[in-house]
Ligand binder design. Structure first.
Ligand code: ZN
Length: 395
């Protein structure tokens, strides 16, 4: 108690000093230009930048998004089936893109299985996974799942005959380490994966505010109509639900960020908001169908228990209270594909898209589509064989 009081006092003192500093800076700006530049930089944090915008193709046309969930690229590269299943996953995505021709693609986490990738830079696999969207010039965004930056797990059977398979080391510019040392499979962190992804022009992903790290994929995109780029049609929020290199949780810091951001860009809750992250929150347990999927829930498989985040620190309370939040979309559970109502919004699973990861349920992708004036949000699942099912109106 005493410690925290002192901390509060110290923080207040620091805040006072920084305010004083910025005031002095402003009043003496005419005599010191260099000083003013520094202050201005401090007073305009990167957070205040305008949100990135995606413009709808035509006025009045619907905006369609394909969700690719749990692709799990890069599994068992030392076998025949590992690389083959990645080819199958690329085929699923190409099939879905052929049928649906979406405006935007969202990679909903577990893009790669990093704990299974024995090369230094897992971005090579990440790039393979995003190639179907990229090759067609479809813009995309991604969030991280629990497998994307997990560290390499040495298979136990490599330590008996026939031993460790040949190592595939990537060349790096580093000169201080021998090739053997570079092949320590240290894993590729979230920041590095993101840095590599956003090199591609069609990627709308972002690091998110630095203060939220190690949670990285936190950002918002604005969808606009071509005639009125200033008035948003919808906001797409992306949150990092953790896992891999840190606990599976959406922190109170992230909730605070969401609240501030929403207040700043959608204060009157007039613009609909759609939310994406990888690991379901505990609320999914409460909303889940008990046995078979019956109305008001809509879906086709209910084959496992909800594997929720480790803790709930406030994000669900916030989202459930906002009338503008229409639905949350997650992946993670490969054997679930339902949408169920929860308070005033919908909790939805995507559909397992990749041949990587556990489970042999047929592969597909959840599609969502929204219109402007009036706003309406629909969703369905497109399967690898072309079938469509589980259509639902979410708003
Ligand atoms: Zn997964």
């Amino acid at each position: 108690m005493v410690g925290s009081t002192w901390k509060t006092l110290l923080l207040r003192a620091l805040l006072f000093l920084s305010l004083l500093y910025s005031t002095i800076g402003k009043s003496s700006s005419s005599s010191n230009h260099h000083h003013q530049t520094t202050i201005r930089f401090k007073m305009a944090p990167p957070d205040a930048a305008a949100e990135r915008q995606i413009t709808m193709r035509r006025e009045g046309a619907a905006f369609k998004v394909a969700l690719f969930a749990d692709l799990h690229f890069g599994e068992d590269a030392w076998t025949n089936w590992g690389p083959l299943q990645d080819i199958h996953s690329v085929n699923v995505m190409n099939t879905v893109l052929d049928y649906e021709n979406p405006d935007f693609v969202i990679y909903l986490g577990d893009v790669i299985t990093a704990n299974n990738i024995m090369i230094e830079n897992a971005s090579l696999y990440w790039d393979q996974a995003t190639s179907p969207a990229r090759n067609r010039g479809i813009p995309w965004a991604s969030v991280f799942g629990n497998h994307d930056d997990a560290s390499f797990e040495w298979p136990l059977d490599w330590f008996s005959a026939p031993g460790i398979p040949p190592i595939h080391c990537t060349q790096t510019s580093s000169i201080s380490y021998s090739v053997e040392e570079e092949c320590s499979f240290r894993g590729t962190g979230r920041l590095e994966l993101m840095k590599n992804e956003i090199k591609h022009n069609a990627s709308f992903s972002s690091y998110g505010p630095r203060r939220l790290w190690p949670s990285v994929s936190n950002y918002v995109l604005q969808v606009s109509s071509p005639n009125e780029p200033q008035s948003p049609v919808a906001f797409l929020y992306f949150l990092d639900s953790g896992g891999g290199s840190y606990p599976e949780v959406i922190s109170s810091g992230q909730t605070e960020w969401f609240q501030k951001k929403a207040q700043e860009i959608n204060a009157d809750s007039r613009v609909p908001e759609i939310i994406f992250w990888h690991i379901p929150s505990k609320a999914y347990k409460a909303a889940a169908p008990k046995f078979s999927i019956r109305k008001p829930c809509v879906g086709s498989i209910n084959k496992e228990k909800v594997a929720a985040q480790e803790a709930e620190t406030g994000i669900m309370d916030l989202l459930a209270k906002r009338t503008s939040v229409k639905a949350i979309f997650v992946g993670h559970n490969h054997g679930l594909d339902w949408c169920c109502p929860y308070k005033k919004l919908w909790l939805c699973y995507a559909r397992h898209t990749g041949y990587g990861g556990y489970g042999d349920w047929p592969r597909g992708a959840r599609i969502l589509e929204f219109t402007h004036k009036p706003f309406s949000l629909r969703s369905w699942i497109r399967m690898e064989d072309g079938n469509v099912h589980s259509e639902v109106v979410l708003s």
